[in-house]
Design a binder for this molecule. Structure first.
Ligand code: HEC
Length: 110
């Protein structure tokens, strides 16, 4: 009786930790990029992400080379700041954590 309770408890603990691990599994910057339809306009040729409107908007394969400050890109994507004197086309709809992941990932594209 005691042992079966112990195993039951262990089983539940096991299930809990598995679900914790899967829910903690973060979306990648690429997931967030595609989920937010950034590829409506932007391609990332280096990763075979195609734009729905090819050649109309900048390809972001080397956006990390532009040496933009992470904070500036975030403001730009939230339409709180300009780049090259212009506001971005759309406002990012995700949350702050997603914006973090997205922009950190963009910065790695070189
Ligand atoms: C409706 C079209 C459209 C969508 C959707 C869009 N963008 Fe843009 N994006 C633009 C335009 C236009 C520019 C400015 C191009 C310019 O000034 O030469 C731009 C510029 C940028 C830049 C600056 C780089 C550069 O070379 O100018 C980044 C970074 C960027 N977009 C990221 C994103 C991300 C991330 C998303 C998704 C959350 C997104 N964009 C969605 C149209 C779009």
């Amino acid at each position: 009786m005691k042992t079966s309770k112990l195993f039951l408890t262990l089983g539940i603990a096991g299930l809990l930790s598995v679900s914790l691990i899967t829910s903690a599994e973060e979306k990648t910057g690429k997931d967030i990029f595609v989920n937010n339809k950034c590829n409506m306009c932007h391609s990332i040729n280096s990763l075979s992400i195609e734009s729905k409107m090819p050649n109309k908007y900048p390809d972001l394969s080397e956006v990390g080379k532009l040496d933009l400050k992470t904070a500036d890109i975030k403001k730009y994507l939230m339409k709180e700041g300009d780049l090259n004197g212009k506001k971005h086309a759309i406002k990012f709809k995700g949350d702050a954590a997603e914006l973090d992941t997205l922009v950190n990932w963009l910065q790695t594209l070189k």
